[in-house]
Design a protein around this ligand. Structure first.
Ligand SMILES: [Fe+2]
Ligand SMILES: [Fe+2]
Length: 213
Protein backbone atom coordinates (compact mmCIF):
# COMPACT_ATOMS: atom_id res chain seq x y z
CA UNK A 1 0.00 0.00 0.00
CA UNK A 2 1.40 3.42 -0.91
CA UNK A 3 1.58 6.20 1.68
CA UNK A 4 -1.06 8.93 2.04
CA UNK A 5 -1.31 11.05 -1.07
CA UNK A 6 -3.69 13.67 -2.27
CA UNK A 7 -5.66 13.06 -5.44
CA UNK A 8 -3.59 14.83 -8.04
CA UNK A 9 -6.08 14.79 -10.90
CA UNK A 10 -7.24 18.19 -12.06
CA UNK A 11 -11.01 18.14 -12.36
CA UNK A 12 -11.37 21.57 -13.90
CA UNK A 13 -12.92 20.44 -17.18
CA UNK A 14 -16.48 21.64 -16.70
CA UNK A 15 -18.32 22.69 -19.84
CA UNK A 16 -18.70 26.50 -19.91
CA UNK A 17 -22.48 26.27 -20.27
CA UNK A 18 -22.85 23.79 -17.42
CA UNK A 19 -25.30 24.81 -14.70
CA UNK A 20 -26.23 23.04 -11.47
CA UNK A 21 -29.01 20.49 -12.07
CA UNK A 22 -31.53 22.44 -9.99
CA UNK A 23 -31.24 25.35 -12.44
CA UNK A 24 -32.08 23.36 -15.56
CA UNK A 25 -35.27 21.66 -16.51
CA UNK A 26 -34.90 17.97 -15.74
CA UNK A 27 -35.68 15.90 -18.79
CA UNK A 28 -36.82 12.31 -18.57
CA UNK A 29 -33.41 11.23 -19.87
CA UNK A 30 -31.39 13.13 -17.24
CA UNK A 31 -29.43 10.74 -15.03
CA UNK A 32 -31.16 12.04 -11.92
CA UNK A 33 -34.62 11.27 -13.29
CA UNK A 34 -34.29 8.00 -15.22
CA UNK A 35 -34.26 4.49 -13.78
CA UNK A 36 -33.31 2.56 -16.94
CA UNK A 37 -32.36 3.09 -20.56
CA UNK A 38 -35.39 4.91 -22.05
CA UNK A 39 -37.72 2.71 -24.12
CA UNK A 40 -37.11 4.44 -27.45
CA UNK A 41 -33.35 3.78 -27.10
CA UNK A 42 -33.89 0.02 -26.66
CA UNK A 43 -34.52 -0.75 -30.35
CA UNK A 44 -31.52 -3.07 -30.66
CA UNK A 45 -31.46 -4.22 -27.02
CA UNK A 46 -34.67 -6.14 -27.73
CA UNK A 47 -32.84 -8.15 -30.40
CA UNK A 48 -29.61 -8.44 -28.36
CA UNK A 49 -30.65 -8.98 -24.72
CA UNK A 50 -27.92 -8.76 -22.08
CA UNK A 51 -28.04 -12.45 -21.15
CA UNK A 52 -27.16 -13.41 -24.76
CA UNK A 53 -24.10 -11.14 -25.08
CA UNK A 54 -21.33 -13.43 -23.79
CA UNK A 55 -22.18 -16.23 -26.23
CA UNK A 56 -22.76 -14.01 -29.26
CA UNK A 57 -20.15 -14.59 -32.02
CA UNK A 58 -19.59 -10.81 -32.34
CA UNK A 59 -18.88 -10.37 -28.62
CA UNK A 60 -15.23 -9.36 -29.08
CA UNK A 61 -12.47 -9.34 -26.47
CA UNK A 62 -12.38 -5.51 -26.68
CA UNK A 63 -16.05 -5.36 -25.59
CA UNK A 64 -15.27 -7.65 -22.68
CA UNK A 65 -12.33 -5.42 -21.69
CA UNK A 66 -14.47 -2.28 -21.87
CA UNK A 67 -17.09 -3.87 -19.61
CA UNK A 68 -14.25 -5.05 -17.34
CA UNK A 69 -13.20 -1.41 -16.89
CA UNK A 70 -16.77 -0.64 -15.79
CA UNK A 71 -16.59 -3.45 -13.21
CA UNK A 72 -13.32 -2.00 -11.90
CA UNK A 73 -14.96 1.43 -11.47
CA UNK A 74 -17.84 -0.14 -9.52
CA UNK A 75 -15.37 -1.96 -7.26
CA UNK A 76 -13.24 1.16 -6.65
CA UNK A 77 -16.35 3.21 -5.76
CA UNK A 78 -17.39 0.51 -3.30
CA UNK A 79 -13.87 0.35 -1.80
CA UNK A 80 -13.81 4.12 -1.20
CA UNK A 81 -17.13 3.83 0.65
CA UNK A 82 -16.36 0.69 2.67
CA UNK A 83 -12.87 1.88 3.69
CA UNK A 84 -14.42 5.12 4.94
CA UNK A 85 -17.04 3.13 6.86
CA UNK A 86 -14.30 1.08 8.53
CA UNK A 87 -12.50 4.27 9.60
CA UNK A 88 -15.70 5.89 10.89
CA UNK A 89 -16.56 2.68 12.80
CA UNK A 90 -13.10 2.63 14.41
CA UNK A 91 -11.97 -0.51 12.59
CA UNK A 92 -9.22 1.23 10.56
CA UNK A 93 -6.60 3.57 12.02
CA UNK A 94 -6.13 6.89 10.32
CA UNK A 95 -2.73 6.38 8.58
CA UNK A 96 -3.99 3.14 7.04
CA UNK A 97 -7.30 4.73 5.99
CA UNK A 98 -5.58 7.81 4.49
CA UNK A 99 -3.22 5.61 2.46
CA UNK A 100 -6.08 3.48 1.14
CA UNK A 101 -8.29 6.48 0.36
CA UNK A 102 -5.44 8.17 -1.51
CA UNK A 103 -4.67 5.01 -3.45
CA UNK A 104 -8.19 3.86 -4.38
CA UNK A 105 -9.51 7.41 -4.78
CA UNK A 106 -6.74 8.34 -7.19
CA UNK A 107 -7.28 5.17 -9.24
CA UNK A 108 -11.02 5.83 -9.40
CA UNK A 109 -10.86 9.51 -10.37
CA UNK A 110 -7.93 9.31 -12.81
CA UNK A 111 -9.19 6.22 -14.64
CA UNK A 112 -12.82 7.31 -14.81
CA UNK A 113 -11.85 10.72 -16.14
CA UNK A 114 -9.63 9.18 -18.84
CA UNK A 115 -12.28 6.59 -19.70
CA UNK A 116 -15.14 9.01 -20.31
CA UNK A 117 -12.91 11.52 -22.12
CA UNK A 118 -11.95 8.74 -24.56
CA UNK A 119 -15.63 7.75 -24.95
CA UNK A 120 -16.65 11.35 -25.75
CA UNK A 121 -13.84 12.03 -28.21
CA UNK A 122 -13.35 8.70 -29.94
CA UNK A 123 -15.73 5.86 -29.05
CA UNK A 124 -19.10 7.62 -29.29
CA UNK A 125 -18.33 9.35 -32.61
CA UNK A 126 -17.39 5.93 -34.03
CA UNK A 127 -20.70 4.45 -32.80
CA UNK A 128 -22.69 7.40 -34.13
CA UNK A 129 -21.12 6.98 -37.58
CA UNK A 130 -22.03 3.27 -37.53
CA UNK A 131 -25.65 3.82 -36.48
CA UNK A 132 -27.03 7.40 -36.43
CA UNK A 133 -30.32 6.19 -34.90
CA UNK A 134 -28.63 6.31 -31.51
CA UNK A 135 -27.49 9.94 -31.59
CA UNK A 136 -29.88 10.97 -28.82
CA UNK A 137 -28.76 8.09 -26.60
CA UNK A 138 -25.08 8.88 -27.09
CA UNK A 139 -25.80 12.54 -26.32
CA UNK A 140 -27.56 11.45 -23.14
CA UNK A 141 -24.45 9.50 -22.09
CA UNK A 142 -22.24 12.51 -22.84
CA UNK A 143 -24.53 14.55 -20.58
CA UNK A 144 -23.95 11.95 -17.86
CA UNK A 145 -20.21 12.49 -18.26
CA UNK A 146 -20.62 16.24 -17.61
CA UNK A 147 -22.49 15.40 -14.41
CA UNK A 148 -19.80 12.83 -13.58
CA UNK A 149 -17.13 15.57 -13.62
CA UNK A 150 -19.12 17.46 -11.00
CA UNK A 151 -19.54 14.35 -8.83
CA UNK A 152 -15.84 13.45 -9.07
CA UNK A 153 -14.83 17.03 -8.29
CA UNK A 154 -16.85 16.93 -5.04
CA UNK A 155 -15.33 13.58 -4.08
CA UNK A 156 -11.78 14.80 -4.83
CA UNK A 157 -12.23 17.91 -2.66
CA UNK A 158 -13.60 15.88 0.27
CA UNK A 159 -10.90 13.20 0.01
CA UNK A 160 -8.13 15.79 -0.17
CA UNK A 161 -9.59 17.58 2.88
CA UNK A 162 -9.34 14.36 4.87
CA UNK A 163 -5.78 13.66 3.78
CA UNK A 164 -4.53 17.23 4.24
CA UNK A 165 -6.47 18.08 7.41
CA UNK A 166 -5.07 15.07 9.21
CA UNK A 167 -1.69 16.74 9.22
CA UNK A 168 -3.15 19.99 10.62
CA UNK A 169 -6.23 19.18 12.66
CA UNK A 170 -6.89 15.48 13.28
CA UNK A 171 -9.96 16.40 15.36
CA UNK A 172 -11.90 17.44 12.25
CA UNK A 173 -11.02 14.40 10.22
CA UNK A 174 -14.20 12.46 11.01
CA UNK A 175 -16.44 15.31 9.78
CA UNK A 176 -14.63 15.35 6.46
CA UNK A 177 -14.61 11.55 6.30
CA UNK A 178 -18.41 11.71 6.56
CA UNK A 179 -18.35 13.99 3.48
CA UNK A 180 -16.18 11.43 1.67
CA UNK A 181 -18.67 8.73 2.60
CA UNK A 182 -21.59 10.74 1.18
CA UNK A 183 -19.62 11.54 -2.00
CA UNK A 184 -18.69 7.85 -2.41
CA UNK A 185 -22.34 6.85 -2.15
CA UNK A 186 -23.22 9.45 -4.79
CA UNK A 187 -20.54 8.04 -7.11
CA UNK A 188 -21.78 4.49 -6.58
CA UNK A 189 -25.37 5.46 -7.42
CA UNK A 190 -24.24 7.44 -10.43
CA UNK A 191 -22.11 4.58 -11.77
CA UNK A 192 -24.84 2.01 -11.23
CA UNK A 193 -27.20 3.96 -13.50
CA UNK A 194 -24.72 5.32 -16.05
CA UNK A 195 -22.71 2.15 -16.66
CA UNK A 196 -25.77 -0.11 -16.96
CA UNK A 197 -27.49 2.24 -19.43
CA UNK A 198 -24.27 2.78 -21.37
CA UNK A 199 -23.75 -0.97 -21.78
CA UNK A 200 -27.42 -1.50 -22.74
CA UNK A 201 -27.12 1.14 -25.46
CA UNK A 202 -23.62 0.44 -26.76
CA UNK A 203 -23.15 -3.35 -26.73
CA UNK A 204 -26.13 -4.08 -29.04
CA UNK A 205 -24.73 -1.54 -31.54
CA UNK A 206 -21.33 -3.26 -31.43
CA UNK A 207 -22.85 -6.72 -31.87
CA UNK A 208 -25.26 -5.67 -34.61
CA UNK A 209 -22.59 -3.94 -36.71
CA UNK A 210 -19.80 -6.44 -35.91
CA UNK A 211 -17.63 -3.64 -34.50
CA UNK A 212 -14.47 -3.85 -32.43
CA UNK A 213 -13.86 -7.47 -33.38
FE1 LIG B 1 -17.86 3.59 -20.13
FE1 LIG C 1 -19.42 6.56 -19.88
Amino acid sequence: MVGPRTLAVQMGHIAPDWRPPHLIAMTSTHIASRDALPDHMRILLRDYPREAWPDHPNFARSIENWMGAHSMFRQLGELCRTETERFLDGDRDFPDYAARLGHYGHLLVANLHGHHTWEDRSYFPELLAADPRFGEGLEMLEGDHVELDRVLDGFTRSANSVIQLAQLDPGQVKDHAADVHAASETIEGFLERHLADEEDLVVPILLHHKMRG
